[in-house]
Ligand binder design. Structure first.
Ligand code: ADP
Ligand code: MG
Length: 250
């Protein structure tokens, strides 16, 4: 068994009195891509947001989220550090109205980094990792808003990578993109596994089967099945998984 990057134990989430996630336990393997799949409303985004405390102001999250032997769901955990180590990329590309360069180093500036050489080096490193460097290296001072949607999403990936997280969370990162941009991002993710762990919500079954090593199937706030992606798709153990994959609901 691979090393575990993040272990969730008995996670439950409620918005007010409405319980939307219950009894979710799983170990996300390190240096792998894990896809969270399931019908709309099954709790995928809620689980994902809980993993780096993005639900703090929205919901009540109980259970353990163990990261390097520390339960980061404890109130005393350092949320700023958690979000630096566990980054998030959203569904819609969200570049800031700044240059490409300033977008990439946004988090480093917040952390107080001022050394121009460090910043320059990190911009190149992050844009290369996000497979965007060659396209933008001559226009680093141009506005990020002039980039195409697919480039903007890769810029957002670079911005997340620039603070060197160990895990990145992605919520349907390609659902707003065309097929060419989607496949560029999928290729990028596969390369990024060498350096980090990826946990991705996707609506797209082909995307899960193409990119993910592991797949977790959620239904009505519960984790129904978690296994190697090929097993989930070819040999599901639970009837609900089989029904979902065959299009009976969702
Ligand atoms: P998915 O990502 O699988 O579509 P979500 O995690 O977004 O599912 O939603 C799970 C449930 O939680 C749904 O019933 C949804 O309506 C509810 N929900 C999501 N976000 C909020 C919120 N901010 N406030 C109240 N209910 C929410
Ligand atoms: Mg969602």
């Amino acid at each position: 068994m691979e090393k575990t990057a993040l272990e969730v134990k008995n996670l439950a989430v409620a918005y007010g009195t409405k319980k939307v996630v219950e009894q979710v336990s799983l170990k996300f393997p390190a240096h792998q891509i894990t896809a969270l799949i399931g019908a709309s409303g099954s709790g995928k985004s809620t689980v994902l947001r809980s993993l780096n405390r993005m639900n703090d102001d929205l919901a009540t999250v109980t259970g353990e989220i163990n990261f390097h032997g520390i339960d980061i769901n404890q109130p005393k955990a350092n949320v700023y550090r958690v979000r630096q180590q566990i980054g998030m990329v959203f569904q819609q590309p969200t570049p800031f109205p700044l240059s490409i360069y300033e977008n990439v180093i946004y988090g480093l500036r917040l952390a107080g980094e001022k050394d121009r050489q460090v910043l320059d080096a990190r911009v190149e490193e992050s844009l290369r990792q996000a497979a965007l460097w060659n396209e933008v290296k001559d226009q680093l001072n141009s506005s990020a808003l002039a980039l195409s949607g697919g480039q903007q999403q890769r810029l957002c990936i670079a911005r997340t990578l620039a603070v060197r997280p160990e895990i990145i969370l992605m919520d349907e990162p390609t659902s707003a993109l065309d097929p060419v941009s989607t496949s560029q991002i999928e290729d990028t993710l596969v390369q990024l596994k060498e350096q980090l762990t990826i946990i991705m919500v996707t609506h797209n079954m082909q995307q899960a089967s193409r990119s993910a090593d592991w797949t977790a199937f959620m239904h009505q706030g519960h984790l129904v099945e978690f296994n190697k992606t090929a097993e989930i798709f070819m040999n599901p153990q639970e009837q609900q998984t089989a029904d979902y994959l065959s299009g009976k609901f969702g």
